[in-house]
Write a protein that binds this ligand. Structure first.
Ligand code: PEP
Ligand code: MG
Length: 575
């Protein structure tokens, strides 16, 4: 029996066979197919080129007529390249001669072409290698889609092994019934990890060399909570883990008795427990658990697994079904938080930048691209006619962004009023506090907005200067760092001072290890992935808010002391 550990990011036990997903994060590794499959592989490649061509034509047909002609020319160039022997005959030849997989043949040919461009004297021609990569990516996507289609049920019950998975991959594979996943890269606050928790997929990330250590087709046990993978399992261990699966189910049954009961502390403080949602399936779960509201509806999913951005009606239909599906509980719709860890292919023509997390993302992108922002604002407003809706804006760092947001919102309201379209004229507008600058000036944001919500995933990333998706610096990710606690306290205090509700929607809010401290700091609204709601309720109902508040106040007087982490841990662990 062998066991290896990574970072456990989504709890749960899975027992199943590994399925090695051959998608390189950097390069597709070169692999071969048996000789007798060459013909099918060539067909697969041809189909992928066809699909790439169809995709480009669709994109071209959707480009508005007033678009700059060079953009159209760019697509035409790529369409021409897709007819060129370099992208059709040459990779096919490589498959035929070397029994390469279609992906490998494409990669080998791409490297050869890029080398030719790299050696060119002319700087303009040298940059044309970007075109090669665009076309290669387009064909590669065609191959991936086929893999997903043809794999069909092949992933059902499997433990996926991959170098890395995007949020979009994770959603697709959940629908294909995977049992768990293990990746070599990634951190616990990556969007992929958050999705795994929310979708209830046991998951381990940052397990370096997992693909080599485990390989394809091995029976393993995955303990997502402990970050543990056991292979070459003996019978006794198997029995033990099967029993743990049964115990977990029993525990969930016990917890379900809390559904419908209010979250009130022992000393009578009424709290609000809300859900973070994202996918259509979250509606049913949130409803079944009787959450008090939705504190964060991540809307980026609308942009995933597609090549063109959704239009206003698509936004509207998605929001309306959430609002109607949730039967009158308030829904906080977050405006687009695209960029950095929430990158989506194809829709926005993203150009690579050095520091995407610090770049043009979230509200910054929305303000710069009203064509992206206005349809969403109008759609949120239209949805507000069907039930209680609030708007929440991510990544605010300056009040000028609030002013710009309000301007756009007014424009959206005006255009709807002119059309006679109904919406909530008093819709509440709040801000996420996920940038240290916003936390440090939380009073200004509390004054300017209707509510605040603390996004600890990014707040911790930016305050401690650690990339949330980089497992190499994951050891520094510490929600209990005194700097973080001070910032959280400032936001809660600012809300109290201006009489504006403050919630927390970062992962910290749903983690029982931090809840006692947060309650002691005065936090009354918690928003978390639906699966964490009942555990949080059970804990909160056992706590005494008054006593915790006294202890936390004393703790804050000692935050400068060296042994403070032990004192903080004490408050958290005693419960
Ligand atoms: C956060 O940053 O804390 C948050 C809730 O948003 P996301 O994880 O979507 O970035
Ligand atoms: Mg965030």
């Amino acid at each position: 029996m062998h066991s290896i550990t990574g970072i456990g990011v989504a709890k749960g036990i899975a027992i199943g066979e590994t399925f090695l997903l051959q998608r390189g994060r950097i390069d597709v590794s070169i692999s071969h197919i048996p000789q007798d499959q060459v013909f099918q592989e060539i067909e697969r490649y041809r189909l992928a080129v066809e699909s790439a061509r169809a995709q480009l034509k669709t994109i071209k047909s959707k480009i508005p007529s007033d678009t700059r002609s060079d953009i159209l020319a760019f697509i035409d160039t790529h369409l021409l390249m897709l007819d060129d022997a370099a992208f059709v005959a040459a990779p096919i030849e490589l498959i035929a001669q070397n029994s390469y997989t279609a992906e490998s043949a494409l990669q080998v040919q791409r490297n050869a072409l890029v080398k030719v461009f790299d050696e060119m004297e002319d700087p303009y021609l040298r940059t044309r290698k970007d075109d090669v990569d665009h076309v290669v990516n387009q064909i590669h996507k065609g191959l991936l889609n086929q893999a997903e289609d043809t794999q069909g049920n092949a992933l059902e019950g499997k433990v996926i092994l991959a170098q890395d998975l995007s949020p979009a991959d994770t959603i697709l594979m959940k629908h294909q019934g995977i049992a768990a996943f293990i990746t070599e890269y990634g951190g616990p606050m990556s969007h992929t990890a958050i999705l795994a928790r929310s979708l209830g997929i046991p998951a381990i990330v940052g397990l370096h060399s997992a693909t080599q250590l485990l390989g394809h087709g091995r029976q393993v046990i995955v303990d997502g909570g402990a970050g543990l993978v056991i292979s070459d399992v003996d019978e006794q261990t198997l029995i033990l883990y099967r029993q743990r699966i049964v115990d977990n189910l029993e525990q969930a049954k016990q917890l379900s008795k809390l559904i419908g009961k209010p979250a009130i502390t022992r000393d009578g403080m009424q709290l609000s427990l809300m859900a973070n949602i994202e996918l259509p399936e979250d509606i049913a779960t949130t409803r079944a658990l009787q959450a008090d509201g939705v504190g964060l509806y991540r809307t980026e999913f609308l942009y995933m697994n597609r090549d063109t951005p959704p239009d206003e009606d698509e936004h509207y239909e998605a929001y309306r079904s959430v609002v109607e599906g949730l039967n009158g509980i308030p829904v906080t719709i977050r405006t687009l938080d695209l960029g950095a860890d929430k990158q989506v292919d194809g829709c926005l023509g993203n150009t690579p930048v050095c520091n995407p997390a610090l770049g043009l993302r979230a509200i910054r992108l929305c303000i710069k691209e009203p064509r992206l922002f206005l349809p969403q604002l109008r759609a949120i407003l239209r949805a507000s006619a069907h039930g209680p809706v609030r708007i929440m804006v991510p990544m605010l760092s300056t009040l000028s962004e609030v002013a710009a947001l309000k301007q756009h919102l007014e424009a959206a309201k005006l255009s709807l009023s002119q059309d006679g379209t109904p919406f909530d004229t008093n819709i509440q507008v709040g801000g996420m506090i996920d940038v240290p600058a916003a936390a440090l000036s939380a009073d200004r944001f509390a004054n300017a907005l209707d509510f605040l919500s603390i996004g600890t995933n990014d707040l911790i990333q930016y305050t401690l200067a650690i990339d949330r998706v980089d497992d190499e610096v994951n050891y520094l990710f510490d929600p209990l760092h005194p700097a973080i606690l001070r910032l959280i306290k400032m936001v809660i205090d600012a809300g109290r001072h201006y009489n504006k509700p403050v919630s927390m929607c970062g992962e910290m809010a749903g983690d029982p290890s931090y809840i006692p401290l947060l309650l002691g700091m005065g936090l009354q609204e918690y928003s978390m992935q639906p699966g964490a709601l009942l555990d949080a309720k059970r804990l909160l109902c056992e706590l005494d808010a008054g006593k915790l508040s006294e202890r936390t106040d004393r703790l804050f007087q000692h935050l400068h002391e060296a042994d403070i982490s032990e004192r903080i841990a004490q408050i958290c662990q005693e419960y």
